[in-house]
Write a protein that binds this ligand. Structure first.
Ligand code: PHE
Length: 464
């Protein structure tokens, strides 16, 4: 049993923070969304655009969140109110994001757990059969059972607290996750070398070689916007999570260095996921195999594993274990943010707030599971895509709230408070913040304009 403390606890040092924050950042987004976008949006060109965005927008938004957390020592809800009385509403808005994400993230975690179990107990070929995924998520009991399992694990880590739970488990899970991903990526590269058909080379080229065919200014801009929304989701910024984690960081930690390490970890795993997935999908399924998001992971990849013969089962086990770890540490960060905020609002213990948030998560996640059968409906979102309950939550949190929150935060920090407030926090112990000038320009001019564009396009209010 782990013992929990009521007082505002924290990470033991820089490494603990970096691994926990990387645990939040590295999630299903890196593994199922990044490779898909990469294949869709011009391969190496997308990589390049993404890298530039990480070094500019990613760095700016991550620095802002973590600095707000550490300087105010509070969660988003109170931190914005402390920054400026009139901007308290931004704290409420930010708090809404994990509240929404929590409803469905454990459902996806349950899907991953189910596939892991399938590969563990059988050769996994059933997972490659037509209709397996659809019949699983539309069934009434199984998705709920696996979601419960995943949610219980998440709640356990959060219940154990910041240092004895989140930090401790991230210290084990993140290095193992990295090893697993590197393992499959290397394996995927050998696949492309042993196969001498032209398709194989296309697979690797699909990742690294810039592809300008059919590229217009419009499709390029769309690729930039895709990369931008991917970046947000991937770094877990503008949703209060990094503010909460920032509030646990000790004052002597070099924030600039730690943030750089988080960016490298997150981007590194996304690139490795590209190497892991794109060549093998192209080799075994051809260009059409690169389906979008859930279908890539739960439909295309099982087919890839089935085509690999005996080794496919092992790759399946390793892959879903890695994905499960990635999802777990991300889900922990969402739940921790809710629990920490609730502890501040209600002045209650971690244990009590874990129970309350646990019940909330349970009820909403069961509802989301039932959204595929009992409460089934199909809606067309303003951006034109068809959606079920899970997609609606995802849309409100990621396409609507996140760009909107970033826009407001950049106005608050860039113009009302001034970027110096953040820069001072980063340079607190005399550290050199090399990109301070870039930070100010980004926060004042670039972020507000681009976030407005992202908000209008990703919500479907404006079609580029
Ligand atoms: N950053 C995580 C990913 O890339 C996702 C995530 C989103 C985690 C929101 C927490 C909160 O998948």
């Amino acid at each position: 049993m782990c013992k929990t403390k009521n007082k505002h606890s924290g990470f033991s040092g820089s490494l603990g923070f970096v691994l926990a924050a990387a645990g939040s950042a590295v999630g299903v987004g890196n593994i199922w969304r990044f490779p898909y976008l990469c294949a869709k949006d011009g391969g190496g060109l997308f990589l390049l655009v993404y890298l530039v965005l990480v070094l500019t927008f990613g760095f700016t938004l991550l620095t802002t969140d973590v600095a707000i957390g550490r300087r105010t020592k509070q969660n988003a809800l109170n931190a914005f109110g402390t920054l400026h009385k009139k901007w308290r509403f931004l704290g409420y808005l930010t708090f809404l994001v994990p509240t929404l994400i929590m409803t469905y993230y454990s459902v996806i975690g349950g899907w991953i757990a189910k596939y892991f179990a399938v590969y563990l107990v059988s050769d996994g070929t059933q997972a490659a059969q037509d209709g397996f995924f659809t019949s699983f998520i539309t069934s009434q009991v199984s998705p709920i059972v696996f979601m419960l399992l995943f949610l219980a694990l998440t709640a356990w880590v959060v219940y154990c607290g910041v240092e004895k739970g989140i930090e401790k488990y991230s210290r084990y899970i993140m290095p193992v996750l990295l090893l697993l991903v590197i393992g499959i990526a290397v394996f995927s590269l050998t696949l492309s070398r042993t196969d001498d058909s032209g398709v194989t080379r296309t697979g690797l080229q699909g990742l690294v070689k810039p592809d300008f065919t059919g590229m217009t200014l419009r499709s390029f801009l769309n690729a930039v916007l895709d990369a931008m929304s991917q970046l947000f989701f991937s770094l877990s910024v503008s949703m209060g999570i990094m503010i909460t984690y920032g509030s646990y960081v000790k004052d002597d930690v070099d924030l600039n260095k730690a943030n750089g390490q988080i960016e490298i970890f997150d981007t590194g795993v996304a690139f490795l996921a590209g190497i892991m997935i794109i060549p093998s999908v192209y080799v075994f399924l051809g260009v059409d195999g690169m389906a979008s998001r859930p279908s890539l992971t739960f439909i295309s990849l099982p087919r890839v594993f089935a085509s690999m013969g005996g080794v496919g089962r092992i790759v399946g086990i390793v892959f879903f274990l890695a994905l499960g770890f990635a999802a777990l540490t991300s889900c922990v960060s969402v739940m921790e943010t809710l629990v920490a905020n609730c502890m501040e609002i209600f002045h209650k213990s971690r244990k009590e707030m874990c129970a309350m948030v646990g019940v909330y998560s349970l009820v909403t996640a069961v509802t989301i599971c039932l959204g595929y059968n009992v409460f089934y409906f199909e809606l067309t979102l303003p951006n034109g895509s068809a959606a079920q309950l899970l997609d609606v939550m995802d849309y409100i949190s990621n396409s609507f709230l996140m760009p909107f929150i970033s826009l407001l935060t950049s106005i608050l920090i860039g113009w009302v408070i001034g970027p110096k407030w953040v820069i001072d926090e980063v340079e607190k112990n005399g550290e050199h913040f090399g990109r301070a000038k870039l930070y100010s320009v980004m926060m004042r001019y670039v972020v507000p304009v681009v976030m407005l564009i992202l908000f209008l396009t990703s919500t479907g209010f404006w079609n580029l």
